[in-house]
Design a protein around this ligand. Structure first.
Ligand code: AMP
Length: 419
């Protein structure tokens, strides 16, 4: 019997896994540069955390969670997103009692039971960033700028930023009521009519053409903002302008998770087809209270590593995998294998990436391994070399070969490699 990965799971094997690491490095570099610290949170949490935090009426919570009872009878859910868990952890560890905002980033897999297709997986990878304990619109703009910097660092040129605000506790209820009034007058199917009553903003996000056409004249949140939400939104936009980050105002933009307030945004990529969303974020000023914490505003984003990899490939930016090592040992005989094994260890300790041929391969097979490893130099050692106290150091690109005393190999190679 042979096994395959479970349905809807995306894996990254070499050489593509190099792009996976490059995506993570681009975003973690941008986050660290902006003063965000790393946080590691669990892959599973109490189911109620997501039900309360993400919102009981959302698709994520009603249809997509991987929920199970553990052997102690607790209801456990594999994280469908990071924000609720990061907020829970920040509160539990009292991070919000220190200097504010608490600026954190994390990354790893998230799980949603969705219909798998290109760019939509059941286990997928996110890079997540949160700034907790601030209402300053500059931090909204900062999170956008960090994500933008991440995309730029990868060389992506076609990323688009869509920006909106969802108002706040003061102004959203009146907007919600106006929207509901409008939606109740439309010709909608039963499920959508039910949604109008529970979560009317989500109807604006319906992708079906017959619904889209009808909601074209729906009232817009941007016409219903209270003065402070409007000032907040204007400030975010003017700061983005100062930074030269381009965006498009999309007053119909809503997000799939309930906790969002005020600033919301999405990044998409035009070459990715149906699953074009490569990141999204926004403010979640009510989340802390929703999960039993004190009033504590926050803003953050999650970008989809899998889809960013697709975008990098679509823009032909995937780098060739870097050489695995700089030096490759080619032993001819058992005693040589033993000596080289130790030499390779010493090279590694000296900071020179090194590997060697195993399984008693002959010269030809071992040299092929040296070529494939991407190494700049091969160190060839046979019985005659051992007797002479030297090894043959071969520059693989030019074929040039010199004998180097065994005791000097590490320093010689280090020197040649830094030239
Ligand atoms: P969300 O947490 O829904 O705001 O999603 C943030 C980002 O995660 C999206 O823009 C996508 O890039 C990515 N994402 C969300 N769900 C999936 C999925 N099922 N498969 C792959 N990527 C996803």
């Amino acid at each position: 019997m042979s096994f395959q990965a479970p349905k809807g799971v995306q894996e990254y094997v070499p050489p593509q896994s190099a792009t996976f690491l490059a995506v993570r490095a681009a975003f973690s570099g941008a986050a660290a540069n902006a003063g965000y610290s790393y946080i590691e949170v669990p892959v599973f949490e109490d189911t109620q955390l997501f039900a309360r935090g993400v919102g009981a009426s959302t698709d994520v919570v009603t249809k997509e969670m991987y929920t199970f009872s553990d052997k102690g009878g607790r209801s456990i859910t594999l994280r469908p997103e990071f924000t609720a868990g990061v907020m829970r952890s920040a509160l539990e560890h009292g991070l919000h009692q220190g200097q504010l905002p608490v600026k954190l980033w994390t990354t790893g897999p998230a799980f949603r039971y969705e219909s798998p297709q290109s760019g939509r997986y059941r286990q997928f990878y996110q890079f997540n960033l949160e700034a907790i304990g601030t209402e300053d619109p500059a931090v909204d703009a900062e999170t956008i700028a960090v994500a933008w910097t991440g995309y730029q660092a990868l060389g992506l040129t076609q990323v688009r930023l869509k920006l909106n605000t969802l108002g706040c506790k003061q102004c959203r209820p009146a907007y919600r009521a106006a929207l509901q009034d409008f939606l109740r007058g439309l010709d909608l199917d039963e499920a959508t009519r039910a949604r109008v009553e529970i979560n009317p903003l989500r109807v604006l996000d319906d992708k079906r053409p017959e619904v889209r056409a009808q909601v074209e004249d729906a009232p817009l949140i941007t016409d219903h903002l209270c003065a402070s939400c409007k000032a907040h939104h204007d400030r975010v936009r003017s700061l983005l302008e100062d930074l030269g980050v381009p965006w498009e105002d999309v007053p119909r933009l809503v997000r799939g998770l309930d906790y969002y307030t005020r600033t919301t945004y999405e990044f998409d990529h035009p070459l990715l087809g149906a699953q074009s969303g490569i990141g999204g974020g926004g403010r979640y000023d009510g989340l802390s209270e929703d999960i039993g914490g004190p009033p504590l505003p926050g803003i953050g984003f999650a970008v989809g590593v899998d889809r960013i990899i697709l975008a990098v490939e679509a823009e032909n930016l995937a780098q060739e995998a870097p050489p695995r090592v700089a030096v490759f040992g080619v032993p001819l005989g058992e005693e040589a294998a033993r000596r080289l094994f130790r030499l390779v260890h010493e090279l590694r300790a000296a900071g020179v990436p090194a590997d060697m041929a195993f399984d008693g391969k002959g010269l030809k097979g071992a040299m092929k391994g040296a070529d494939r490893s991407g190494a700049a130099y091969a160190v060839i050692l046979g019985d005659r070399d051992i007797a002479a106290g030297a090894a043959q150091v071969k520059h693989l690109a030019s074929g040039g070969q010199t004998a180097v005393p065994l005791a000097e190999i590490v320093t010689t190679l280090k020197e040649r490699l830094t030239k």
